[in-house]
Design a protein around this ligand. Structure first.
Ligand SMILES: *[C@@H]1O[C@H](CO)[C@@H](O)[C@H](O)[C@H]1NC(C)=O
Ligand SMILES: *[C@@H]1O[C@H](CO)[C@@H](O)[C@H](O)[C@H]1NC(C)=O
Ligand SMILES: *[C@@H]1O[C@H](CO)[C@@H](O)[C@H](O)[C@H]1NC(C)=O
Ligand SMILES: *[C@@H]1O[C@H](CO)[C@@H](O)[C@H](O)[C@H]1NC(C)=O
Ligand SMILES: *[C@@H]1O[C@H](CO)[C@@H](O)[C@H](O)[C@H]1NC(C)=O
Ligand SMILES: *[C@@H]1O[C@H](CO)[C@@H](O)[C@H](O)[C@H]1NC(C)=O
Length: 413
């Protein structure tokens, strides 16, 4: 009896160790090289606006998930990509054709903003999660799961009603099209809920779905086509599966085998589904982005301002003195600095540019009106040069860190 008890204890300890200790490891030969090739392909697909057309959000997410430093070092190229995402979204929300965005698209933009170190809950003073909640969720269960994931990643608590709807789409459903994709997306959304809302009570539902995925793994390691397989691998990672009862490494080998000579996995969509999984990441990590430093680089033409707050003794109003500098990429060009006085708080930089232009002809500029407000196209006779990817950029000195932060001229100081 004593011996039996002893053995029993040892065995149950072993089982516990196996269940809690095994984490999926993406250590199959060739993965780092494959990620590098995939990223190079992705970067090679950028257009001359530094974006990927309507796929910009997916491309940005993929770049972030395969290198967490991508958008946090202040690199100018990264900022141009992020800027393109912001501009596209502004046009889709407030452009001349009104709102041209589905709820699923908005969810992708929220993810893109998170991946590029932007706050989707304060996008030009708009809380995009609030906007997303106003949509009616009828498109599809896949879309419901994707939207829920982006809400959770952006820090919204999901209601018990919504969590209930997600739990309802976890079970297998014979004959439904793309149902595995839908289940996998629901697993991602609920995994976010487990981590952010500490709903550990739904972990067993997630595990149940993962078990059903294990049963449909094919001998080549896949779970259907390359898109589905990429998403299911992400679901296993997000759901913190222990790797028992299926062949994780074979699944990774299958994904590797789908890479084309050009580095893509067929197209941008497939690359977006596959690369994060190869990097041992899932879209749930977009809810845990840590942004490090404000941008510090200043290649290209730029304008910078520094504000000096002064109390005007005459009245109680506070006025600001602004140092407005222009610098040019070309070393032979002289830097220009001008001081503009008596600026009221809440003035936009655009208004200051007008005042400076009145004071000195070097500050004359040209601009165009856009949905985002004024867009500067030329200062001091030097125009934006789209072909050579040179643009005027505005940096505002942050007094706390004494580092320049990228801004836009329509924003209030
Ligand atoms: C990730 O990005 C950073 C910044 O761009 C770069 O310095 C680093 O080498 C990259 N890491 C990998 C593994 O590519
Ligand atoms: C959402 O549904 C409600 C009632 O079903 C309807 O009144 C409302 O107009 C819908 N909202 C949108 C944005 O479609
Ligand atoms: C979503 O899935 C649930 C549960 O399977 C089903 O009842 C519902 O009709 C589905 N909704 C849509 C829009 O397909
Ligand atoms: C899980 O637990 C939370 C509280 O921690 C509760 O509000 C929720 O209803 C539970 N959900 C289920 C599906 O049991
Ligand atoms: C222009 O100003 C920038 C930023 O202060 C500085 O790094 C650069 O050396 C200056 N260039 C010239 C030509 O003075
Ligand atoms: C500037 O804007 C802030 C917030 O929008 C407001 O609280 C403040 O009163 C404004 N200041 C002036 C002088 O208008």
């Amino acid at each position: 009896m004593k011996i039996f008890l002893l053995i029993f204890t040892v065995i149950s300890l072993l089982v516990m160790a196996a269940e809690s200790g095994d984490k999926l490891k993406c250590d199959v030969v060739g993965i780092p090289e494959s990620i590098e090739r995939g990223r190079s392909w992705l970067l090679s697909q950028r257009d001359n606006r530094w974006g990927w057309g309507l796929e910009t959000h997916r491309a940005i997410m993929t770049l972030y998930l395969t290198n967490h430093s991508q958008f946090s070092t202040g690199d100018l190229k990264d900022q141009l990509m992020a800027k393109e995402l912001e501009v596209q979204l502004a046009v889709a929300l407030w452009g001349p054709n009104g709102r041209t965005l589905s709820a699923g698209q908005l969810a992708l933009y929220i993810h893109g903003l998170l991946g590029s170190c932007h706050n989707p809950r304060n996008y030009f003073d708009t809380d995009l999660t609030e906007m997303l909640l106003e949509y009616n969720f009828t498109a599809s269960n896949y879309s419901l799961a994707l939207e829920s994931l982006s809400l959770c990643n952006a820090g919204r608590k999901l209601s018990d009603e919504r969590i209930g709807q997600l739990l309802d789409i976890l079970p297998p459903k014979a004959g439904a099209h793309f149902w595995t994709d839908t289940q996998a997306m629901a697993v991602l959304a609920l995994s976010c809920v487990v981590r952010k809302q500490h709903y550990t009570n739904i972990s067993k539902n997630i595990a149940e779905t993962l078990k059903s995925f294990k049963k449909i793994q094919k001998p080549d390691g896949s779970f259907g086509n390359v898109y589905t397989s990429g998403l299911v691998v992400q679901a296993f990672l997000a759901g913190e599966d222990n790797g028992h009862g299926w062949d994780f490494k074979q699944a990774l080998r299958y994904l590797l085998s789908q890479q084309q000579d050009d580095g893509s996995f067929g197209d941008l969509l497939a690359t977006y589904f596959v690369l994060p999984g190869l990097a041992c990441q899932s879209y749930v990590e977009l809810g845990f982005v840590k942004c490090v430093e404000p941008p510090t680089s200043n290649t290209g033409n730029g304008a910078a301002i520094q504000e000096i707050r002064e109390i005007n003794n005459e009245g109680s109003a506070e006025y600001i003195k602004i140092c407005y500098s222009l610098w040019f990429e070309n070393e032979n060009e002289v830097n220009q600095t001008i001081t503009v006085d008596d600026i009221q708080p809440n003035t936009t930089f655009f208004q200051i540019m007008n005042k400076a232009a009145e004071q000195h002809s070097n500050y004359k500029f040209k601009w165009e009106s856009t949905a985002l407000g004024p867009y500067v196209v030329e200062i001091a006779g030097i125009a934006n040069d789209i072909v050579n990817k040179k643009f005027w950029m505005l940096y505002v000195m942050d007094p706390a860190t004494n580092k320049p932060v990228l801004s836009s001229v329509g924003k209030k100081l």
